[in-house]
Design a protein around this ligand. Structure first.
Ligand code: FES
Ligand SMILES: [Fe+2]
Length: 376
């Protein structure tokens, strides 16, 4: 696994040819710039006059100051150093040192000549502008080339669906995307990293099938009754049969479903690479509880408890990802992995991501379906 290349815009191959979450809709406030780093590249986000998200390269054309440290006004952004102003297309529309005649206007070359401007702001170039899209409470950015994205942005499960509650958690993880999606799709670690939070050690063999198809890896656990503890117990007091599936979607999304009947929990994580071993993870937690369960009568009111619980679990994963990173970066040889049956789906994830990093030509890893098993 080449962590460096995976998170570098110039070396990540087709990994960049997808929509990535840049921020929550609520994080992008009108009139305020927001700085993000994706694939090692600084991006400034702000809302234009219509309120639509705009994403520009976060580096002033003049002397390269950080635009995200400047101000947003009238859907434009001004550099904090010498005040150059850019519109939402990335064009320079004002250079204060050129005097008052060109202020607040995007003058074309003729108009600049009429005004007697030796240098026209519009001739000073344009910042790279990245397409954006806002959907399901998330702002996505596309940093791929001229080709359209390889797939549409991932839809947040049960967003805006009757009876379901959805909330987001944003977490900075000290590791790269491949290791994170593997962690989010991994059951055996729960006994060690989250002891007692999900499951108690049951000395039980868990059979599962792993299906790799069309850029996704689906793991279906064939357990008639998973022994979920913690909040799972509270929300499924009758112990209805639980359907547990883990799914990965190229290049950076996981979806974990714990469903019983019409109810359950769905945990969707979208990972955005900042650099080789740093990522921002946008976790959408969707849940629907049986209305006749006393605890669920207060549906939304339980959110603080659910949030607290999920925050604890995520923090435990942050710690283990940091522990993994420390050894990964400890001299040569990091990133060479070995595995057993319990890691079949991890190998599939790596195969897809390697294929994309190498350019994503052809149809990629062939479809496959295999059985696996592990003990928990
Ligand atoms: S560096 Fe941005 S205006 Fe000078
Ligand atoms: Fe975990």
């Amino acid at each position: 696994m080449d962590l460096e290349a995976e998170a570098d815009l110039t070396r990540c191959g087709a990994l960049k040819d997808f929509w990535y979450v840049a921020c929550l809709s609520t994080e992008l406030k009108p009139g305020e710039p927001l700085a993000r780093t994706l694939f090692g590249t600084g991006v400034v986000l702000f809302r234009d006059v219509q309120g639509q998200p705009t994403a520009l390269r976060d580096r002033c054309l003049h002397r390269n100051a950080r635009l995200s440290r400047g101000a947003v006004f009238n859907g434009r952004i001004g550099c904090p150093y010498h005040g150059w102003v850019y519109d939402a297309s990335g064009a320079v529309v004002e250079v204060p040192s050129l005097g008052p005649s060109q202020r607040s206007e995007l003058l074309d070359a003729d108009a600049c000549a009429r005004e007697g401007l030796a240098t026209a702001p519009c001739a000073l170039g344009r910042l790279t502008r990245f397409p954006t899209l806002e959907q399901d409470g998330l702002v996505f950015v596309y940093m791929g080339g001229a080709e359209p994205a390889r797939s549409a942005p991932f839809r947040v499960p049960y967003w805006d669906q009757e009876g379901w509650t959805v909330y987001f958690m944003v977490t900075r993880f000290p590791n790269g995307v491949t290791n994170l999606v593997e962690n989010f799709m991994d059951v055996p670690h729960t006994l060690f990293v989250h002891p007692g939070w999900f499951r108690r050690p049951a000395s039980k063999r868990v059979p599962a099938t792993v299906r790799r198809t069309a850029g996704s890896v689906l793991v279906t656990y064939k357990q008639a009754q998973d022994t979920v503890t913690g909040l799972g117990r509270l929300f499924n007091p009758r112990g209805l049969p639980l359907l547990h599936t883990d799914k990965f979607y190229v290049p950076n999304v996981t979806r974990v479903d714990y469903l019983w009947g019409e109810h359950g929990f769905v945990i969707n994580s979208q990972c955005t690479p900042i650099g080789p071993t740093d990522s921002l993870v946008y976790t959408a937690i969707s849940y629907r509880l049986p209305v006749d369960v006393p605890g669920a009568l207060v549906g939304r009111a339980m959110m603080p408890l659910v949030r607290w619980y999920t925050r604890q679990v995520i923090q435990q994963d942050v710690v283990i990802m940091d522990i993994q990173r420390e050894a990964l970066l400890d001299g040569p040889g990091g990133g060479v992995y070995s595995g057993t049956e319990a890691d079949l789906h991890h190998a599939d994830i790596e195969a897809y991501r390697r294929w994309l990093r190498e350019g994503g030509q052809g149809s990629g890893p062939e479809d496959a379906e295999r059985d696996m098993a592990f003990w928990i």
